[in-house]
Ligand binder design. Sequence first.
Ligand code: NDP
Length: 483
Amino acid sequence: MSINKNNLTTSWGAPVGDNQNSMTAGSRGPTLIQDVHLLEKLAHFNRERVPERVVHAKGAGAHGFFEVTNDVTKYTKAKFLSEVGKRTPVFVRFSTVAGESGSADTVRDPRGFAVKFYTEEGNYDLVGNNTPVFFIRDAIKFPDFIHSQKRHPQTHLKNPTAVWDFWSLSPESLHQVTILMSDRGIPATYRHMHGFGSHTFKWVNAKGEGVWIKYHFKTEQGIKNLTEEVARRIAGENPDYHTEDLFNAIKNGDFPSWKLYVQIMPLEDANTYRFDPFDVTKVWSQKDYPLIEVGRMVLNRNPENYFAEVEQATFSPGTLVPGIDVSPDKMLQGRLFAYHDAHRYRVGVNHQALPINRPRNQVNNYQRDGQMRFDDNGGSSVYYEPNSFGGPTESPEHKPSAYPVSGMADSVAYDKDDHYTQAGDLYRLLSEEERTRLIQNIVNSMKPVEKDEIKLRQIQHFYKADPEYGRRVAEGLGLPVPE
Ligand code: NDP
């Protein structure tokens, strides 16, 4: 009898005779080690988890497409942006940052907003957040920053003292802290939030001319947020609220969409702009660099399998295509290493060959072997370069654009150090009701902080952003208003 699809098989394809009773020495005897099907079943189960992401562990994903709606070819030669109407398949993963993979969706936390474009010239990953800025601006601070957001080493509890201690000693975080504590710190769903590339990137056109850019995905569903009270209730009732919302919306044909815009800065402006445009704790004012439309992204297909598509999806800001380059943003530079490194640890060295991650075009290179090499591993083709056997060769026209650098090799801070103006600008653009909720959210979050010294230090930062901002937080905490 041949095996058909109704036959349960072992992982080596042999039919299984009994999947309910293990093999024992007599009906009451001990279990036999010769029941290899049992051994394999138990052993495989023990290995079902890959390490969860150290950040962005809880997430949801969906497939869709990106369609160009405006001609941007004078700025970039990226093929997927070369024609109005051109469509490129995408996979998107949204996430919270600090919690574990089973944690509640409706917490106050930035949201990851990672997009993989499967372009004809390789994959392009835009690995951003739902906020235009970040807490720190140098990757060397990232492990400490995340430690402060994670659990206490003894109690295994979240630790507001560590959170505010780190922020108060890292005042560059003030702008992002203000966004996080504002209404947008808890989006109503993944569909009702914007996405940002956050860093500065470079676009390069067919003539080799570059511009600095920043990406903005604007939700077409409109911004909607949850109040702290409602978010807390939902976290108890349905910790997977955002995950479920995204899946059900797509299942019901209510496809979420975003418009993509860029801000464009001429390269030479970077030397004279009023702050360092590569500093990821700052936005570029839209009055200086208005939004220019690029296209529209629609999510219209749920994953078939969560583990295969969402858990194994591996994004990296270093996954670039010709026409899109990096900038000297120190946070971005660190991420160029950290993301693929995390995936090599978490998923394996051949993670880019998995179906969800592999490009739609052919991969031609001399990388061979490694754990779980599940394709033909290059077959018998030439496996080194240079070679005399017609193997793939580089194409110099696709080198990233060159740019001049100067100065001493040294560990140096960003040279223009205003942490306060933009946080204050944001405070001042909020309505009175929004300010009241912002202050209340901050006060609630800071109350459990163990040392007044930390609270007072942080209040001074709020005060420097806007005296009213500092005064109201101080009053809420029953502490003196700074002079
Ligand atoms: P603009 O008036 O041109 O832009 C204001 C921006 O603020 C809009 O993008 C608006 O987004 C956004 N915004 C409104 N409410 C909130 C909120 N609660 N949380 C986060 N963003 C919000 O001014 P500027 O460009 O000169 O920027 C002024 C301030 O606006 C900045 O200091 C910054 O804090 C904030 N901001 C600026 C952005 C930028 O890229 N320039 C992007 C996001 C925020 P929307 O249109 O969706 O309401």
